[in-house]
Design a protein around this ligand. Structure first.
Ligand SMILES: Cc1cc2nc3c(=O)[nH]c(=O)nc-3n(C[C@H](O)[C@H](O)[C@H](O)COP(=O)(O)OP(=O)(O)OC[C@H]3O[C@@H](n4cnc5c(N)ncnc54)[C@H](O)[C@@H]3O)c2cc1C
Length: 308
């Protein structure tokens, strides 16, 4: 980032902005470098101020949620990284008498907490989210999902701020262009809050579903440093990336500090103190081998930050 841009940021945001902040540790891979500048946004008013400043700068922006779908290059990110603070973690449940019950939730709220809060109050439809360790904002951008559902199934609309102009607008579900593990949101867009439709039901039944999902995750997915599924399933519901990687015999394949999980072939595990470049090398190798052996050109589901 140009030194003039750093000076502008420091002048206009004071101690709200920090420089050369390690952001790799903010991701579930826990590898990778620093952001040239980093701001935790603590209120809507502050968001307006930050977007005005960022909009006038000649610098890239990056929104970081809970970093559970992100690989940051060892060289880091040469721009302004933003993260929403506690003001955006609220979960507002509907009233029992509502004929069309809607949950209002901040974009920084965690999906497992959202799932447990709604299920505990007898609202159904978001149980799947208990197994996805991301934020609501990241889940909208990725159209996260699992266990037969996804964000698109419940989403009514999202309040989105354009980081280049500061303009805030409510995008309807259709405008968001949600598709399998993707949306029409790009790096200029910051989701601030979301409305989700739920249905009334039995809290005990919802809890049973949650318990089953947690058990299934423990049995079928590895813990440790990863970002969940690395590649998008080429034919959702029919052909999984994991199956293709398995057929190519790549379970356990290792380069340096990263390896294809032995428990789930579409997960790549990073070692403690590992390197993002090793994770990337494993991804490239897997991609190329699967392309040669099956003809499927796998696409990364993980957001790659700072790579050429
Ligand atoms: C163990 C494990 C299991 C997982 N299982 C699943 C699964 O079953 N299904 C699934 O879909 N995913 C899964 N994931 C991936 C991940 O949890 C989801 O994609 C999640 O929605 C990402 O949210 P996040 O806040 O962590 O986003 P980040 O990783 O922080 O960011 C991902 C993308 O979203 C953008 N973003 C983040 N917050 C915002 C915001 N407020 N506004 C606009 N853009 C934003 C970022 O800029 C980036 O482009 C798994 C990950 C792990 C580690």
């Amino acid at each position: 980032m140009r030194s003039e841009s750093r000076a502008d940021l420091a002048r206009q945001l004071g101690d709200r902005v920090r420089f050369d902040v390690p952001i790799g540790p903010l991701t579930t891979y826990r590898v990778g470098g620093s952001a040239a500048a980093f701001v935790t946004v603590e209120s809507r008013a502050e968001l307006d101020r930050v977007t005005t400043v960022c909009g006038a700068l000649d610098a890239a922006t990056l929104v970081i949620g809970r970093g559970s779908n992100m690989l940051v290059a060892d060289e880091g990110f040469d721009g302004v990284a933003l993260q929403l603070g506690d003001f955006a973690t609220f979960v507002e449940l509907p009233d029992r008498r509502d004929s069309d019950p809607i949950v209002r939730v901040g974009a920084a709220a965690s999906l497992p907490i959202l799932a447990r809060r709604t299920a505990g109050a007898g609202w159904r439809g978001l149980e799947w989210a208990v197994g996805v360790p991301g934020s609501v904002g990241g889940a909208v951008r990725m159209n996260a999902g699992g266990h037969g559902s996804d964000m698109a199934a419940s989403l009514v609309d999202a309040l989105v701020v354009d980081l280049t102009t500061g303009a805030a607008r409510v995008w309807t579900r259709d405008e968001l262009g949600l598709r399998f593990r993707g949306s029409d949101l790009d790096d200029r867009c910051l989701v601030v809050e979301v409305r989700l439709r739920v249905v009334p039901g039995d809290a005990h039944e919802a809890q049973r579903v949650i318990d089953d999902i947690v058990k299934w995750r423990r049995e079928n997915q590895p813990g440790g440093q990863n970002a969940g599924s690395v590649f998008v399933n080429p034919i959702p519901g029919e052909l999984s990336a994991g199956e293709l990687i398995d057929r190519a015999g790549l379970r356990g394949f290792r380069i340096g500090s990263a390896e294809v999980s032995t428990k789930h072939a579409n997960f790549i595990q990073a070692d403690e103190g590992g390197r993002a470049s090793d994770v990337m090398s494993v991804m490239r190798h897997v991609h190329d081998r699967v392309l040669t052996e099956s003809g499927h050109d796998l696409r990364s589901e993980v957001r790659l930050v700072g790579f050429a």
